[in-house]
Design a protein around this ligand. Sequence first.
Ligand code: SR1
Ligand code: MG
Length: 446
Amino acid sequence: MAGMDAAQQTPLPVGYRVLANHDISHQLAQRPDIAAALGGTPAQWHVRDVADGNLNSVFLVEGPNGGVCVKQSLPWVRVAKDDWPLSVERAFFESAYMQRTEPFALGLAPRLLHFDASLRMIVMERLRPHTILRQALIAGVQHPLAARAVAEFAASTLFHTSDIANPFERKADDVALFCKNHALQRITVDLVFIDPYTHNTRNRYVSPHLNAWARALREDGALKSAVARHRNNYLSKPQALLHGDLHSGSVMVTQDDTRVIDGEFAWVGPIGFDTGNFIGNLLLSWFAKASHRTDAQKRDAYRDWIAQQVQDFWQHFHDRFLAHWQGWRGPSDGYPASHFDPDADTTELRALKAEYLEDVWADTLAFAAIEMVRRCIGFAQVADFSSIQDPALRARVQAPALALARDMLVNPHHYRTVQTLLRSLTRHDLLRPDSTLPHQDELSHA
Ligand code: SR1
Ligand code: MG
C-alpha cells in the first residue's frame, strides 16, 4: 500500500465535506441555471442515492421540470471506506476530461453542467431511462447500437487528442494536466498491472477453486514479462487522452442512445488501453454466459451476439479513426502536411496509417488480456461473474477466460486480427463438447 499512501498526501479542498442526501437540494439551489432546469422549489426536488460504483457518491435529483445527476468524490474508496483512503482530486480530473473531450464526444457522453471545486462535486445531465451496459449484458438484453457508439466515441476522442491532430504543445498541455491524476493512476498501476501477479490481500479470486491459477500466474515468467512490457507501455506511451476505465460499467444505454460516463481515470497513454478495456470486458461477459444452463439455444445466440459486438466495435473503431485521419486538415506534428499531403493519399501515408492501427491492435489485444486477468484475480471483480452464486461454477467459467488471456499475452502472433481472436473463443470455450476445467498445467503447455 506504499503507493496508496503517497496518493493521500493531497489535502482536502477548503470547504470540502461529504454530502448526504439532505444536503444536495441546498447545494443545487445555489445555481440558478440548475435550479431552473429542475423547476419548482427545492422542497419539491426528490433526491435519490444511487451509488453503486467502487469509488464515489452518486445522487439523482428529480424536479418538476427535469433531473440532474450529482457525483461527489469521497476521501476514501466507497466500497472499502476506512480501509482505503483516497484523494478527492478525481472529480477534478473527470470534469477536466469531460470538458476536453466534449467537442469530440459527438453527444455520446452526458453534458457537464457544473463542477464545484470545493466540494469536488460534478453536476451532469441525468440519463433516463438508460441502464448500465454491463447490467444489460448480464440480463441478456441486446443493444444493437452500443458497441458501435462506444467505438465512435473512442475513435473521435482518441484521434482528436493524439499527435495526429494536434501541435505538440497542445498535447503536452494534456500530459501536464492529466499526469497529475496520481491517485487513480496508482489504482490502475496496482490493481490492473501489479497485484494480480503477486500475493496480495486485495486480490479476491474464488478460493480455493482458482488458487492454483493464481499461483500459476505468479510463477509464470513469460506472462509477467509480457505484462511488464505493457505496464511500461501504459506508463511510457502518451499517445492520446484516454478515458482510462472504458469497461461496460462505464457505458449507459437505451435501445437508441449510448453514453460514455466516468472519465475519472483519464490519462494520456496508449490508445489500445481504452479499446482493449472495452473488448476485454465484452469477452468476460461472453465467458460468464457459459454459466447459464437453462436455455442453451438462447444462451448460445446471445454469446454469438456478444462476439459480433467485439468485431463490430473494433471494425468501427478502426474505420472511424481512419476516416477522422483522412478528413483531418488541421495542425499535426505527428504527420505534418508539409511531409504528407493529406489530399494526395500516397502509398507512404497509407502504409503509415496501417502501421499505426496495427500497433493499436497489438496494444488492444494485450490490454484486453490484462483486463481479463485482473477482473478474475484482482480486487475489482465484475458483476458478470460475481452474479454467479455458485463459486465453483464461477471459477469454472473464469478459468477458460484466464487461459485465453494468458495466450493472448504470451502468443500475440496467434491473434493478429479481431477475427482470429474471435475464432479462438471456441478453442477456449468451456461449453465445447470435449471441455474439462482448464487447469494451471495448461499454462505451461500453451
Ligand atoms: C478501487 S477502484 C477499483 C476499480 O473500479 C474502477 O471502476 C476501476 O476499474 C478500478 O480499477
Ligand atoms: Mg467508474
